[in-house]
Structure formats: C-alpha cells, structure tokens
Design a protein around this ligand. Structure first.
Ligand SMILES: [Zn+2]
Length: 384
C-alpha cells in the first residue's frame, strides 16, 4: 500500500468516525476517537519515503528549524572592518595593445592589474549591481567595477580561424575570461561603453559579440552615437542643446536594442568626460528620448580621477560618478596603483562587504551618511 493510499484511508476514517460519534452525541467518545485518529496519522508518517511520491512525503515533513543566516556577527563585522558606506573604484580602461601608452594597457599589465586587485581583496561587480545596490562579494572583500570605453577591437577581438569565434586571448575579453578560469571568485564582470557605427570594429561580428558579452554576464553601455562631445561643438564651441544630446544618446540605445531587443542600456560614459554645462540640457544626459526610443542612464560616468562612493552613501551622485584610470602613465595620483596605495594607508575609507546582499552594514559613526532611500528594502545595520 502506498503512502498516498494510506493517507486517503486515514482521512476517510476520520470522516466516518467523526460522523459516527457526532451521531451518538457522546463528547468523551469524540475526544477519545480523535486521539486514536491522530495516532494513526503519525504512524502513516513513519512509513519510509519511497521514490514514487516524494512530494507528498516532503509536504508532511516539519519545516527545517536551522535557519542559515548569512549575516555576520558583531565580532566578525569588527574584525573585518566591514564598511558598506566606503568607496568603490570604477576603473576606466581604453585600449589593450602591444605598447603601453596613456590610453593603452599592454595585455601583460592588464593581467597584472587583475592579479593585484585580486590579491588585495578586490572582487568584480557589474555596473548594474552597483546601480541596484546588489553587492554580493564575500565578507571582507571590496567590490571593484571594470569599464572599457570606445568599443575598440583590442577589447574584444575574434581571431580569424574559419568561423569558430575564437576570442583573442590578448584582448580584454580574452584576458578577463582566462583570469576568471584561474580565479573564478574574482567575477567575470565588465561594462563596455560602445559607440557606432561599428562597436569592436569587426562589422560582421557585432551582434555575436554583444550576445556573447551579455550571456557571460558582462554589460554594454552608452558612449554616444559616434562619440559626440556633449558639451559643445569642438570647432565652433557652440554649446549642445537638448535635441542634440537626445539624438546622440538615443541613437546609440536604439542601435544596441536593435541588436539586443529589450536590453536595458542603463549607464553612460561621457565621451571626453564632457557634459553640458546648462543643467536643463544636462537632464537629457540622464533621461530622454529620440524617435520613440527612450533612455534612462542611472549612472553617468566621468573620465575623472577618484574612487566612487558607495551606492548607499547620501553624497553619491550617480549622474556624475568618478572613475579611476586603469593606467600607470601620467596619472598624477588618479591611477589604479595610486588609489590601491591610498586605500592601504586609509583602509577605513574602503568599501568592505559583509557578504550579504540583503544587509547594509557599517560602523555606527557613519550612520548619518546612510541614505535610507537607497536601501531598497535591505536591512540597515550600524554596528559599534
Ligand atoms: Zn571615449
């Protein structure tokens, strides 16, 4: 007899016995009979589980009592110096190439950057993670965001080998993938800020590359239609107006969404780091529409020179988020190694994760900097 059949019989018994005793009107009997039925029910549960009706048996089992809490205890928060109101580096790269230049990193140096970040407790998150405040790097680690401007071929190059879609191991994507195979807990996260007409410069492969990036968990951002200066015409110095800005940004999103229908382009890297000075026009950098394509950049990146603040920090301006330069040349204190040194000397300024994306933890003395509107339903935990 299966557990299910036995159950049905038990229920029938309850109905019959209850009906019978109700008819006799004997309250003592009702109680006695109820006890008997309960005992029978318990015996039913003792039947060892079979493969046939696993769901039925699981339903009867009590809820597991041991709740696994991801939240760190007070001692651990203190030991790790958890600070989720601390600063996060958004690193800006351009080319990856044979010769190191101001805007070009050699493959060797880019590998060195990744290893140095990893060894110093940095773990990659996506721009969308930052926007959503969804930071799930392990306890004690610091998130870092990798960005690549201009959609150059050496960022994502496919070797011509007869159509096998072989990623150039010395292009940025190839290096990131190789690094993540070696150190899977680093995170295969990066955002590529592309412009048109040919992102990554291999025309027949644009769609394949976009699909590949998104499938791997990497992101595509806006870098204007053809890398327009959004502040002013470079020749005439004429300031840009709302229509110009919307066309330059809307066309980029329109073309990306033609390749990736429904893809949300939610961040922009300002070409040349140049933004309209007029605040009314600047609003169209954040939000606007062109020929029916609407866009909303929840983060606007500067070319900048500083680490960004935590996404939960009250002073964070997502419409003008600074970046650190992924370079060692002419950085004058604004490069990745300058800031790595800085955080070694000023560890209290560094974002240090509690490992739980649903809890925002920080030392009590920073409480006034927590923006509750950015918590997004997460638990806020100020510790002393
Ligand atoms: Zn650019």
């Amino acid at each position: 007899m299966s557990a299910n059949t036995k159950k049905v019989i038990t229920i029938l018994l309850i109905v019959i016995i209850t009906a019978f005793t109700a008819c006799t009107g004997n309250k003592d009997n009702i109680q006695d009979n109820d006890q008997v039925v309960e005992t029978e029910g318990n015996q039913g549960e003792n039947i060892p589980p079979t493969d046939k009706e696993p769901e039925e048996i699981v339903e009867d089992e009590p809820e597991p009592e041991q709740e696994v809490s991801q939240t760190l205890g007070l001692d651990e928060l203190k030991d790790l110096k958890v600070n989720e109101l601390g600063k996060i580096m958004v690193i800006m790269y351009h080319g990856i190439g044979e010769n190191e230049e101001e805007w070009v990193r050699t493959p060797e140096n880019f590998r060195k950057d990744l290893k140095t970040l990893y060894d110093n407790g940095y773990r990659a998150i996506g721009m969308k993670d930052y926007i959503e405040g969804n930071i799930d790097t392990p306890p004690g680690t610091t998130p870092v965001i990798l960005t690549f401007d201009d959609g150059l071929q050496n960022q994502f190059n496919i070797l011509d080998d007869g159509g096998d879609f072989e990623v150039d191991p010395d292009s940025a994507v190839g290096i990131l993938e190789e690094f993540n195979e070696q150190y899977p807990d680093f995170g295969l996260k990066a955002t590529f800020y592309v412009f048109y007409p040919v992102p990554f410069r291999q025309e027949e492969l644009i769609a394949k590359k976009f699909e590949y990036l998104v499938e791997k968990g990497m992101e595509i951002g806006n870098h204007a239609y053809t890398h327009e200066n959004l502040r002013a015409d470079m020749n005439t110095k004429e300031p840009r107006d709302a229509q110009f800005v919307q066309e330059a940004l809307g066309k980029n999103v329109q073309l990306t969404q033609e390749i990736l229908p429904g893809y949300e382009v939610d961040s922009l890297a300002l070409p040349y780091g140049a933004a309209p000075q007029d605040e009314d026009v600047f609003n169209y950098v954040v939000k606007g529409s062109f020929e029916g394509t609407e866009y909303h950049h929840k983060v606007v990146l500067l070319v900048g020179s500083n680490p960004a603040r935590s996404p939960y920090h009250i002073e964070t301006n997502m419409a003008r988020l600074p970046r650190v330069r992924g370079s060692e040349m002419n950085t004058e204190g604004t490069g990745i190694y300058d800031w790595l040194d800085y955080f070694d000397k000023n560890p209290e300024e560094r974002f240090i994760s509690d490992g739980d994306p649903n809890t925002i933890s920080f030392p009590k003395e920073l409480e006034e900097y927590m923006d509750p509107e950015r918590a997004g339903g997460r638990t806020i935990q100020a510790y002393e």
